[in-house]
Design a protein around this ligand. Structure first.
Ligand code: G
Ligand code: G
Ligand code: NA
Length: 254
């Protein structure tokens, strides 16, 4: 299969890159972090969406080397930004189900933190609810080991899965990222607004912070501010940016 073959060589051929999407602390109006989003510019297939190739990487096991590359590249880049005085308090890195479940994952995170010199609290790992559902006891052990390293833990795409209050409180989670389906302008309605309000209240009672994804309009931002949402991410602030542009963004928003 062309995709798998191309993906196998993508790292060696320097075809992978990371785009950084800034996040804003609503209260202080300051940059609070960025999410690392993987990009693949294939010599044969052109630009391929992560939605497509992450699935293939999971099936083939290529996710281990690709995930390691993302973690190392993002941590090294952010350490370098911080060392040169650019303000970026946090870098969020996506972790796939398979990557998270791998026995060597915690050791890998520890190794990358040591090698890059990045302060552990600056790294935020984004996992999906399915990670918690797959094997709750294993997830519990791994999440606690990651917390012991000092990293931050976020649940991605929150609201789309099965998580409930009783279930979530068992795990050492620092943040919920509300799925952009609930924020989206096309789906602006009372039901979605009620879900957002409920998620924020729930997170607050569990001492978790909340980031809203996919914020595209001032109206959405105003609503989230009123609901006391902590952070926002979305096209209103910025699209995901190539590394050079992300650096420029940080310089002009520091
Ligand atoms: O930015 P964008 O449309 O391309 O991202 C699409 C999806 O790909 C998102 O759901 C995002 O979480 C996922 N994704 C992007 N980068 C990574 C990555 O480094 N690892 C994993 N596992 N998923 C990623
Ligand atoms: O949370 P996840 O990693 O699944 O989401 C990241 C995805 O969301 C990426 O594909 C990114 O490009 C996309 N994205 C980021 N901000 C916005 C936005 O404001 N609107 C829309 N439609 N997509 C966004
Ligand atoms: Na994500």
């Amino acid at each position: 299969m062309a995709l798998e073959k191309g993906l196998r060589n993508a790292i060696a051929r320097n075809e992978l890159s990371i785009h950084y999407q800034p996040q804003l602390d609503i209260r202080s109006d300051k940059v609070s972090g960025a999410e690392a989003l993987l990009r693949w510019q294939s010599s044969e297939l052109g630009s391929v969406s992560p939605v497509e190739f992450i699935a293939v990487a999971e099936e083939t096991g290529l996710i281990y080397s690709i995930g390691e590359w993302v973690l190392r590249t993002a941590c090294t880049q952010v350490k370098s930004w911080r060392d040169t005085g650019m303000y970026l308090p946090k870098i969020a890195v996506n972790v796939s189900v398979k990557q998270f479940s791998h026995v060597g994952f915690v050791a890998l995170v520890q190794q990358v933190l040591e090698e890059s010199g990045l302060e552990p609290e600056v790294l935020e790992l984004e996992i999906t609810e399915s990670v918690l559902m797959k094997d709750g006891d294993q997830a519990f052990t791994t999440l606690n080991a990651l917390k012991a390293l000092g990293v931050q833990l976020a649940i991605d795409d929150f609201g789309t899965g099965y998580s409930n209050l009783a279930y979530l409180k068992r795990f050492p989670i620092d943040k919920l990222k509300i799925d952009r389906a609930f924020i989206s302008a096309e789906q602006a309605n009372k039901e979605n607004q009620a879900i957002v309000t409920a998620i924020i209240a729930m997170a607050d009672s569990l001492d978790m912070s909340v980031t809203a994804e996919g914020v595209e309009t001032k109206g959405q931002l105003d609503f989230l501010k009123l609901q006391q949402c902590d952070d926002v991410q979305g096209f209103l602030l910025s699209r995901p940016l190539p590394v050079q542009n992300a650096g420029d963004f940080l310089l002009s928003h520091g």
